[in-house]
Design a protein around this ligand. Structure first.
Ligand SMILES: Cc1ncc(COP(=O)(O)O)c(C=O)c1O
Length: 405
């Protein structure tokens, strides 16, 4: 076993060596600009980009022409929301999204609210973190021009009923954007069947390189138009100017091809490892709670609250294992996770949550080691916890009158 063990595959993934192999020739040898139309260097680069476009489109059942390359899912989400709001501002100024979206969507929505006067409805989620399609339907007004709901949550792994939401959007003639950054490559995604009009995703979550992502933009029924947020040479059908990062795109394409081939076996393997980790921990510890949906969740996600234990202290105790408390973005601050709060998890349990994110290169040996270490540290921390001791003695902590003296 090699240390440290990486169990934070929702934040990013190691690149697959097979991806690197396909990228290498495009740095020094085949370095052309894909927009150079009049010499072989450009043609070679363009061919490589188009091949990658096909590989990516195939994974999500889209047409290659419907992909716009970006720097990652954050940019794709920005382009989807800002691009639609600007392009269709005559039609309306209302967006529907959910409280547990990634900040790439939430902060973009907030910026549109404060800078452009856009109205945003932030739908609540149920106790498992799922959006109710009826809530989407009920929130629609004659000013709604965009629904933006994530495919799967990056903290708790809950998978939303995307097909049902897509159907409602279609019925009402409203565009549907889906942040599928955690879903693509992990669960089957079909933009046709799911009724998705715009979809953001990223290479570095699926064993590809960092710094490249895509926005799927539907071309037919309806043909979606977007106002660009970056102006320039008119690349990507005018929706995203800038010289294409050919090696990154080639890697993104290969990463998608590998996901398509390996997803059926990989998702079963990962769900097996995840269940092994969950059972290993839950069998030996009391007062541990699963966050997120018990079945409608990403195969590689496990999010658990360990009552009476501070998530941060737990992470400090297992420094040889890379884990996350809450999402990577919020763990810089010591705010409890807004995702868990939206599920109705109390502040104490939200503070005690750990996200385990399994990936392609994890082994059963690593999982067993992790379960063993987590049990050891949680037991040790609880031994030092007066609250845990009181709870074990049957004292109802809610009834205790704490004084400052
Ligand atoms: C659901 C979701 N959306 C968007 C992003 C942002 O992706 P990127 O790092 O490619 O900008 C992430 C990354 O954590 C994510 O999990």
């Amino acid at each position: 076993m090699k240390f440290p063990i990486f169990l934070d595959n929702h934040s990013t993934t190691p690149m697959d060596p097979r991806v690197l192999d396909t990228m290498l020739p495009y740095f020094c040898e085949k370095f052309g600009n894909a927009a150079s139309r009049n010499h072989p260097f450009g043609w070679e680069a363009e061919e490589a980009v188009e091949r990658a476009r096909q590989q990516i489109a195939q994974l999500i059942h889209a047409d290659a022409k419907e992909l716009v390359f970006t720097s990652g899912a954050t940019e794709s989400d920005n382009l989807a929301l800002k691009g639609v709001l600007e392009m269709y501002k005559e039609k309306g100024d209302h967006i529907i999204t959910s409280a547990t979206e990634h900040r790439a969507v939430l902060d973009t929505a907030k910026s549109l609210e404060s800078k452009k006067g856009v109205k945003v409805t932030y739908l609540p989620v149920d106790k498992y973190g799922m959006v109710n399609p009826d809530d989407v339907r009920n929130a629609i007004t004659d000013k709604t021009i965009l629904i933006s709901i994530m495919m799967a949550n990056n903290e708790i792994g809950t998978i939303n009923p995307i097909k049902e939401i897509g159907k409602i959007a279609k019925e009402k003639g409203i565009l549907f954007h889906c942040d599928a950054t955690q879903g693509v490559g992990k669960i089957p995604v079909n933009v046709q069947e799911m009724g998705i009009d715009l979809m953001a995703f990223s290479a570095h979550k699926i064993y590809g390189p960092k710094g490249v992502g895509a926005l799927y933009v539907r071309k037919k029924a309806p043909r979606v138009r977007l106002a660009p947020i970056i102006d320039g040479g008119g690349h990507e059908r005018g929706m995203r100017s800038g010289t294409l990062p050919v090696p990154l795109i080639v890697g993104f394409g290969k990463a998608c091809e590998l996901c398509e081939q390996e997803m059926p076996t990989e998702s079963v393997k990962l769900a097996g490892l995840r269940d092994r980790l969950q059972d290993g921990i839950m069998k030996h510890l009391d007062e541990v709670y699963l966050n997120g949906h018990p079945t409608q969740r990403l195969p590689h996600n496990l999010n658990i609250s360990f009552a009476y234990v501070e998530g941060e202290s737990l992470l400090m105790g297992v420094k040889e294992i890379a884990l996350s408390s809450g999402s990577a973005c919020t763990s810089a601050t010591l705010e409890p996770s807004y995702v868990l709060r939206a599920l109705g998890v109390g502040s104490d349990l939200a503070h005690s949550s750990i996200r385990f994110g399994l990936g392609r290169f994890n082994t059963a040996e690593e999982v067993d080691y992790t379960a063993k270490r987590i049990i050891e540290i949680v037991t040790k921390l609880r031994e030092m916890s007066p609250l845990y001791e009181m709870a074990k003695e049957g004292i109802d902590l809610k009834s205790v009158q704490w004084t400052a003296h």
